[in-house]
Design a protein around this ligand. Structure first.
Ligand code: UDP
Length: 340
């Protein structure tokens, strides 16, 4: 299939490209390198040969995005490109509205111009906000009440895409969207070709590994007074390859003239301290840490109810144990560290 991947140089987008290329698809990657690195595209080019094309484009630029899609009109779009740092979105909400929502407006226009009808959208459990305890584990029917601009921008995109599908249906045209609402994604490629690397880095697993090797000062654990067994926040961690596998399954269930929302999480939660200990076991050395104040926008516990994706697809998490996530993250990190 011909698949356009936005955010192709980013953490999750690049892992998706690799898997699609490994599966024999033709992939057109788009990225502006605002938070990602050209060397990732080099790795994709090595893996994909002439089945991989790349265009550097600013998605908020409608004309440029339309021109990019014209180069290789897709059968399916996977839309990963977005800013995704919660505390940053609390401080600078407008860049989230501009970048995340603006890019999606451009992309839908561009898809219409080439009659591309199907899109899988990277949504987030942050659209649920802070569900009350009775709603956890979180099902897709949980009310969506985001508590920060990142979650709000992703929810706005969901609403926009729903309206897009409905407007086409009224005109007797097919459009279909799957919203995959991600929980916490971590880990790296099974062949260590790429891994998790943001600039600036704010995510727990890579920060733990950097701290373990002295490349980052001690990890600050944001809050140890949450109502959880060890006082630190609980998240549902999904291996990036399992997450990408959910996209492969989603291709098979893209609806006609409708949207379909599915959570991508395992149903198991792990605390910050549990992740820290797993990182330290993977790295074979302690992760220095200190407790600090809570971080804005962090709910105590976010765990998925995966029943819907289990029911509608063959997706099952296969690599999402903390051990498997942190070992793959460490292998790539250690390899990169040698070469940089
Ligand atoms: N976290 C932490 N210290 C850090 C980074 C993250 O304690 O330096 C915690 C954070 O409060 C959250 C969990 O680790 O409970 C996962 O955070 P991350 O930023 O990786 O993902 P998010 O949940 O924001 O998508």
């Amino acid at each position: 299939m011909k698949i356009t991947v936005t955010g192709a140089a980013g953490y999750i987008g690049s892992h998706a490209c690799l898997r699609l290329l490994d599966d024999g698809h033709q992939v057109h990657g788009l990225d502006n390198f605002s938070r990602s690195f050209p060397r990732t595209v080099d790795a994709l080019q090595r893996a994909g040969g002439d089945r991989f094309h790349f265009t550097q484009v600013q998605l908020t630029d409608q004309a440029a995005t339309a021109a990019a899609l014209q180069l290789h009109p897709p059968e399916i779009v996977m839309h990963f490109a977005a800013f995704a740092v919660v505390p940053e979105s609390v401080k600078f909400p407008l860049i989230y509205w501009h970048n995340n929502v603006g890019a999606t407006v451009s992309l839908l226009h561009a898809m219409d111009a080439v009659d591309a009808r199907k899109i899988i959208f990277s949504s987030t459990c942050a659209t649920y906000g802070e569900p009350n305890a009775a709603r956890i584990p979180i099902g897709e029917d949980c009310p969506q009440r985001p508590t920060h601009a990142y979650g709000e921008s992703k929810l706005a995109c969901e609403h926009m895409m729903k309206a897009w599908v409905q407007s086409h249906a009224l005109a007797d045209r097919d459009r279909g969207v799957v919203f995959l609402r991600y929980f916490n994604v971590a880990g790296g490629d099974y062949l260590d070709r790429i891994g998790e690397d943001h600039d600036p880095e704010t995510h727990l697993v890579p920060i733990c590994l950097r701290a373990a090797t002295g490349r980052h000062p001690e990890l600050v654990v944001y809050g140890n007074d949450y109502p959880t067994p060890d006082g630190t926040c609980i998240r549902d961690y999904v291996h990036v390859e399992d997450l990408v596998a959910a996209h492969i399954e989603a291709i098979k269930v893209i609806p006609r003239r409708e949207t379909l929302a599915m959570n991508v999480g395992t149903g198991n939660g792990a605390s910050v301290l549990e992740v820290l200990h797993a990182c330290s076991a993977a790295a074979g050395r302690p992760v220095p840490f200190a407790f600090g104040p809570r971080r804005d926008g962090d709910p105590p516990r976010l765990v998925s109810n995966p029943e819907k994706i289990f029911r509608l697809t063959n997706w099952r998490p296969a690599r999402s144990s903390l051990e498997s996530i942190t070992q793959s993250a460490w292998r790539w990190f250690a390899k990169e560290k040698k070469s940089t």
